[in-house]
Design a binder for this molecule. Sequence first.
Ligand SMILES: Cc1cc2nc3c(=O)[nH]c(=O)nc-3n(C[C@H](O)[C@H](O)[C@H](O)COP(=O)(O)O)c2cc1C
Length: 349
Amino acid sequence: MENSPLTLEDVRNQAREKLKGICAVYPVCDGAADRICQRENYGKAIGLGGAGLGGSFRANLEALAKVKLHTRVVGEPFVPDSTFSFFGLTLSMPILGASTSGMSSYNQAITELDFCRATLAGCREAGTLSFRGDTHFYDEDDHFALRAIEEEGGRGVPIFKPRSQDSLKKLLARAIELGVPAVGVDLDGHGSTNFARAGKAVFRKGPEEIRHLVEWAGVPFIAKGIMHPDDAQACADAGVSAVVVSNHGGRVLDSTPGTADVLPSIAQRVGHRVLVLADGGVRNGYDVLKMLALGAKAVLIGRDLIRAGIGGGAPGVRLQMEHHARVFRQAMLMTGCRRLPEIGPSVIA
Ligand SMILES: Cc1cc2nc3c(=O)[nH]c(=O)nc-3n(C[C@H](O)[C@H](O)[C@H](O)COP(=O)(O)O)c2cc1C
């Protein structure tokens, strides 16, 4: 990529240029009513904003902001270990790239394939892993996420929209052939306004359909978009290996609670049976620590990685993820947590 960025500041400045009129790369990405992503846009595409008045987008940040941390300063010195194990892969941090798609729609600042490549390669270079998304112009036979994951030798997690069962099985088969560590479906994706606008079909999935896909896939299966303990339990009963507590960055329903608000009850209900991940409003390493303290085992980064990938390609994504890891380890140090299992409710003030 031209103008290879040197610092995260360069990356963000380049993203601000490239995303003119769509995202101003504000110091705080919070979906406030006066942000350009969120101003009223009747009938227009959702851009990087949230659904409706953006209440769910904002709730994610508000929920995390309410959580306060205990500072712990007495004890033996230590170097925090942020190593995280994800379905057979050892990652440097419990921070992964979220499944996102449709980036070529924004000022044509990057091609769809290059964006997918940037997130996968940048996360790998930072010692971690990225999920990849799915949208209405990704075809069953020519799928940008799967093409990029293939180039990465299978190191990526495809999260497919809840398309028809037949369509999903074709895509899952392709992904499994590539040797991915896990596959998944964003169950809340049947609320995708982008699919609806394009006249493409997405479906609400029942427990038997989910069970069928899980058994058919035979590799770890992730249900993304879970906001209620009963849905989490239904997915666990259907055999999924992981749930992502997520409101899709506030993009599919306005007026939901923040993900950090619902995370503890979901982790309590299914955390002993399945891996619980969470996303929504995670903007720095302190937020990562809070999500882990509330019951998640790892988090996904959405909008931050979109800006990093568009602003700086793979080097931009690497800088962003390394920055998150550094701040997260600092947060572990200052709350007295040596390893990930030590992060729990006791760090919350
Ligand atoms: C522009 C945009 C596109 C997205 N596309 C997808 C997608 O294709 N599949 C998916 O599962 N989630 C998608 N998401 C949701 C993210 O995976 C994630 O849940 C959300 O961005 C996390 O919130 P954050 O942006 O505040 O970090 C998208 C989010 C944004 C902002």
